[in-house]
Design a protein around this ligand. Structure first.
Ligand code: AHG
Ligand code: MN
Ligand code: MN
Ligand code: MN
Length: 333
């Protein structure tokens, strides 16, 4: 098998499709290198003293795990000096991070969920990192939070790393979705799947069923119909999976199809859903659409949402197109 490294893939991408320039290529390499470091930390577990809680709270009101903090630091440190960024934002930080004045600034904004699936860290189940890249407004000196509030459709790249039995990097620069596997001996990312496509039809869904009593009627109806199986209105039996790490659930769907839902619920109308638009929903929506799937908030395309807050939350329905269309249609009806 001819091995194509991430570096070679990016160079060829720049040459053939011009979907990236040298600065974006550097950015992606730096993020991928940071994910490699996170992967090594994750895999050390107790031996690296990385498990457990950090006893601090983030802006989301969540108790931070040690790995939430470590991964955030790794990404900040790796990305501040290369000259490719104008500023960064993270799930774990209250406001945006400027590039220190001793370094040159670049044309991109980087947003990340440094460690996704925190509740799975201590039980040795798949976790990940999610990132999104936007262009900074022209001629920008010190970007403000406002400059980050761009619709997901303007993302120039998005991706995630999943730290599972294998460590993988899934990437899109708007020209399909490609998957790289970390070769630990060589320390390099090797292209292992090009042009990932989500099957349009599926018999698998992912949702945290423990919240069922709180769902809005369209979601109640949709899931009831899935559970009714082959004798119900959908005429087929559905299986269910819920890892509780969005990266792992999305990676399964990208690999073999499925529909993922984290809906809003009736408990707290000030908090529409759990997942964050800028760090989770937007990058995953870009990847899913690039792989032929769909992603909505129940009302419309996630990528069309005009953000109003950096840490904004949204309901999420994504994956195989037929199913996302059905559940989105129930919201309209
Ligand atoms: P994070 O660990 O970055 O805070 O994100 C966790 C998210 C997401 O990964 C997952 O789909 C969801 O929370 C799981 O939520 P439940 O614990 O409610 O199932
Ligand atoms: Mn979190
Ligand atoms: Mn997350
Ligand atoms: Mn996180």
């Amino acid at each position: 098998m001819k091995r194509v490294s991430l570096t070679q893939y990016l160079v060829e991408e720049q040459r053939q499709h011009q979907s990236i320039n040298a600065e974006l290529r550097l950015l992606i390499e730096v993020v991928a290198r940071a994910c490699k470091r996170i992967s090594y930390s994750v895999s050390k577990g107790a031996l690296g003293e990385v498990l457990g809680s950090a006893d601090t709270e983030n802006i989301q009101g969540e108790v931070q795990k040690k790995l939430d903090v470590i991964s955030n630091e790794i990404l900040l440190e790796a990305n501040e000096w290369g000259g490719h960024l104008a500023a960064m934002a993270s799930e774990e930080m209250e406001t945006i991070r400027q590039i220190p004045s001793r370094y040159p600034k670049g044309e991109f904004l980087l947003l990340f969920d440094p460690l996704d699936g925190s509740s799975n860290i201590d039980v040795n189940v798949s976790i990940g990192t999610i990132f999104s890249v936007l262009k900074a407004p022209e001629g920008m000196q010190d970007p403000t939070e406002q400059d980050f509030l761009q619709a997901g459709s303007t993302q120039v790249a998005a991706g995630y790393a999943v730290y599972g039995p294998q460590t993988m990097l899934v990437l899109t620069t708007g020209n399909g979705v490609h998957c790289f596997t970390l070769d630990r001996e060589q320390g390099s990312w090797v292209l292992t799947q090009s042009d990932m496509q989500i099957p349009a039809a599926t018999k698998e869904f992912a949702i945290n069923m423990s919240n069922q009593r709180h769902w809005h009627p369209p979601v109640q109806r949709y899931v009831d119909e899935l559970l009714a199986g082959s004798t119900g209105p959908r005429g087929k039996d559905f299986n269910m999976r819920w890892v509780a790490s969005m990266v792992a659930d999305v990676h399964r769907i990208l690999t073999r199809g499925g529909v993922f839902m984290y809906p809003a619920d009736l408990r707290d109308t000030s908090m529409p859903g759990k997942l964050r638009l800028m760090y989770e929903a937007n990058p995953m929506a870009m990847i899913v659409e690039q792989a032929g799937g769909a992603a909505t908030d129940g009302q419309g395309r996630i990528l069309d949402i005009q953000p109003t807050k950096l840490h904004q939350r949204v309901p999420v329905f994504l994956g195989s197109k037929e199913e996302v269309d059905v559940v989105t249609g129930y919201h309209a009806g």
